[in-house]
Design a protein around this ligand. Structure first.
Ligand code: MLT
Length: 268
């Protein structure tokens, strides 16, 4: 682990392995440890950079509203501070996907390939955005325990709590330990995120899309449409997994990721 100062904040970052850089962007309201099952396997041939994003884990918390564009700027500043100037493979889950879209818009030359996991390209409806703002106001008063209770069933395949209790408790721990001010600021930022529909056909880099078979937040149907709109893309449904596919079925998830990254090496 290392702490990097960038963009006026301090970021806690897992920096492991050697080879082409892969940046792993966690989902909401989680932290970099959601990639725990990917780190050992992927670090054999790649340099993995997995930050706690602004407001999460052990990184600086910013109050108010943190937009996806701010998180994209944070990533660019982190890469610069680490001296990484070669284009990276950007891999984001859910909120991480929203950040990846914002990064692609602002820094297209810094992306060599893209991995979108369990994410959406559409913005929030008015109702969804209002619900986020209400949740943001509530979480700073009530804390994150209640958020964990409400979110856990939506994040996981219904069988995960029984079949893989360690995954359910890890997700619950991440949410419960999240700073309510960071959770609130990110909710407000996600509520005003841009529609990525116009970006999808313009994505030039190779793209892998992965989604849990039972993802209730960004279902396979919705993700298959995102894949269809991206020219050079591959779409994979991860069986026996919900929204947290990298944690719920790491064997299949990692096999797809490794095959994608290895085929990239062969093309160099
Ligand atoms: C996530 O997993 O990052 C969240 O489901 C994103 C969201 O709330 O839209």
């Amino acid at each position: 682990m290392r702490q990097i100062n960038a963009a006026g904040a301090s970021f806690n970052i897992e920096d492991r392995g050697a080879g082409p850089t892969v940046v792993l962007i966690h989902g909401f309201p989680l932290d970099h440890t959601m990639w725990q099952y990917q780190l050992p396997a992927l670090a054999m041939n790649n340099r993995l950079i997995a930050p706690d994003m602004r407001g999460f884990g052990r990184s600086t918390v910013t109050e108010g509203t943190v937009r996806m564009e701010q998180m994209a700027d944070d990533l660019a500043a982190i890469l610069e501070a680490m001296g990484i100037d070669q284009p990276v493979c950007l891999c984001g889950l859910s909120m991480g996907g929203y950040v990846a879209f914002a990064f692609l818009r602002k820094y297209p030359a810094r992306v060599r390939s893209l991995i979108l996991c369990d994410t959406r390209s559409a913005p929030d409806s008015k109702e969804a955005a209002d619900a986020r703002r209400q949740m943001a106001d509530k979480v700073v008063v009530e804390g994150t325990e209640k958020v964990a209770e409400a979110m856990l069933p939506k994040l996981l395949d219904p069988r995960t709590p029984q079949d893989r209790p360690q995954v359910a408790s890890a997700v619950q721990r991440m949410i419960s330990e999240a700073d309510p001010r960071g959770v609130a600021a990110t909710q407000r930022g996600m509520a005003i995120r841009s529609d990525a529909a116009d970006l999808l056909p313009k994505i030039k880099v190779r793209t892998l899309l992965l989604v849990g078979e039972h993802d209730a937040i960004s279902p396979p149907d919705e993700m298959s449409k995102i894949a269809a709109a991206i020219p050079n893309s591959k779409f994979v449904i991860v069986p026996d997994a919900g929204h947290m596919s990298p944690m719920e079925n790491p064997q299949r998830f990692n096999a797809e990721l490794l095959a994608f990254l290895e085929s990239e090496l062969l093309m160099r």
